[in-house]
Design a protein around this ligand. Structure first.
Ligand SMILES: Cc1cc2nc3c(=O)[nH]c(=O)nc-3n(C[C@H](O)[C@H](O)[C@H](O)COP(=O)(O)OP(=O)(O)OC[C@H]3O[C@@H](n4cnc5c(N)ncnc54)[C@H](O)[C@@H]3O)c2cc1C
Length: 312
């Protein structure tokens, strides 16, 4: 009979690794199921300027590797698979993994974060991987000295545009409004660059379609206040937000209509099911930062520890 673990953590972003560090130190021998994106969203960003104590601006991959090493050194057991099914009610929780095995636990900490949101256009689907991307760090290299467009007006769009401006000939930032949700510091930096002609803002513009020659992107068609226009670009980077990775928990936990997990039932990270805790972007509709995710991962581990103490 498969043993019942004290705690299983789902997700290997800042929330998951921090939960693992605290769970190890509480003697809970955590198992962490990493999911497909080892290290989480931060691994797609080239520079992090706001992780406390790291004013050397580390890249996301190396920062997350250092968190994983910390969790490993303290004794976390890693499973490099995804959770495909979850039975969360009752005192024994059962997770079915992508490899087909089941894992049982008395408590679960969900740290499944969020995934990139796309525009939902047929032409976008056609050219994904052929000029359409959602990750400048991963794909920007292929567009060196070329013209590209970034779609979006939040911090992620500005981070992508700034990174691409360092690689590409020209970056168009296309946004459906004329004001931005992005951090002021990022807006300032990109506005400065626009004065050099390296960056151009196309505002009040909705993407109509992505144009290509059948093999690769050749442009993007947008509807602006003056009508339809085509911008010649070879790359289109979509940066319009994220969806909570919580589909696996539908019907098991109370979720908001956008899929974010409801928390705060008994303790701050508690969910609608006893013994199940949630931390990071999958349970956050406001802050969505690496450090807030890490902080809530810590809280979830402490909440799980107290829950297990009460069980025994
Ligand atoms: C381009 C970009 C730049 C950013 N820059 C910054 C920045 O400079 N500073 C900052 O503070 N924040 C930044 N952020 C935001 C930050 O990355 C997130 O807030 C943070 O990563 C959220 O952490 P998390 O642990 O909640 O989840 P995530 O980092 O999203 O990780 C989720 C984890 O869950 C796993 N997972 C998902 N589903 C399953 C499943 N079914 N089974 C098992 N595992 C699963 C995934 O594999 C992944 O490991 C940036 C985000 C992006 C996209």
């Amino acid at each position: 009979m498969e043993k019942v673990r004290k705690v299983v953590i789902i997700g290997s972003g800042p929330a998951g690794y921090t939960a693992a560090i605290y769970a190890c130190r509480a003697g809970l021998n955590p198992v962490l199921v990493t999911g497909n994106q080892l290290g989480g969203q931060l691994t797609t960003t080239p520079e992090i300027e706001n992780w406390p104590g790291r004013n050397d601006n580390p890249d996301g991959i190396s920062l997350m590797q250092s968190l994983q090493k910390h969790a490993t050194d303290l004794g976390t057991e890693f499973i490099y698979e995804s959770v495909e099914k979850a039975k969360l009610k009752g005192t024994e929780k059962v997770l079915t993994l992508s490899g087909g095995n089941e894992i049982r636990a008395k408590s679960i900490i969900i740290c499944t974060g969020a995934s990139v949101r796309y525009l939902g256009l047929e032409s976008e689907e056609q050219y994904k991987g052929h000029g359409v991307s959602a990750c400048a760090t991963c794909d920007g290299f292929f567009f060196r000295n070329k013209d590209v467009a970034v779609v979006g007006g939040g911090s992620a769009a500005f981070v992508e545009a700034l990174y691409l401006a360092g690689l590409c000939n020209k970056v168009y930032l296309i946004h459906r409004r004329d004001s931005f949700r992005a951090e002021n510091a990022l807006v300032k930096r990109l506005t400065e660059l626009s004065k050099t002609g390296k960056v151009e803002f196309i505002l009040n513009a909705n993407v109509d379609s992505i144009i290509g020659d059948g093999n690769k992107v050749t442009g993007i068609r947008v509807v602006t206040t003056t009508g339809l226009c085509t911008v010649d670009v070879e790359g289109v980077f979509v940066a319009i937000g994220h969806n909570a990775n919580t589909q696996v928990f539908e019907g098991q936990l109370e979720l908001y209509s956008d899929g974010v997990i409801k928390t705060g039932f008994t303790t701050q990270t508690s969910t609608s099911v006893k013994g199940v805790f949630a931390a990071g972007d999958c349970a956050d509709r406001v802050y969505k930062q690496a450090i807030t995710s890490a902080g809530s991962g810590c809280m979830a581990a402490l909440d799980a520890e107290h829950y297990l103490q009460e069980l025994s």
